[in-house]
Design a protein around this ligand. Structure first.
Ligand SMILES: [Zn+2]
Length: 100
């Protein structure tokens, strides 16, 4: 029998009486170039160009990190928690700024 471990709480999922939930995450960085061209502003573009030249290496690293594909097993409890907060926002944000 295959034992699955929940990737969130690390508890074993007993598939005989528990449902195993699988989350598949596929993140791609999307750059919308058409938006930049439509808002063309020469001064702004020159500034942006200078900035990009200086940050070239950083941008490349960032792109590599922003692409991610993964598959995760979740126990029923963590599945419920995940659905409540799929983006992992902290609880203050999840409450909707009502305290301020
Ligand atoms: Zn779990």
């Amino acid at each position: 029998m295959i034992h699955y471990i929940c990737d969130r709480c690390k508890r074993q999922i007993n598939t005989a009486d528990q449902t195993r939930y699988v989350i598949q995450i596929d993140i791609q960085s999307v750059v919308d170039n058409s938006q930049v061209e439509m808002e063309e502003d020469i001064d702004h573009l020159a500034e942006l160009h200078q900035m990009l030249e200086g940050m070239n290496q950083e941008v490349l690293n960032e792109e590599a990190q922003s692409s991610h594909h993964g598959q995760y097993d979740l126990c029923p409890e963590c599945h419920r928690q995940f659905l409540k907060n799929p983006l992992g926002r902290d609880s203050m944000l999840a409450l909707g700024f009502s305290n301020n």
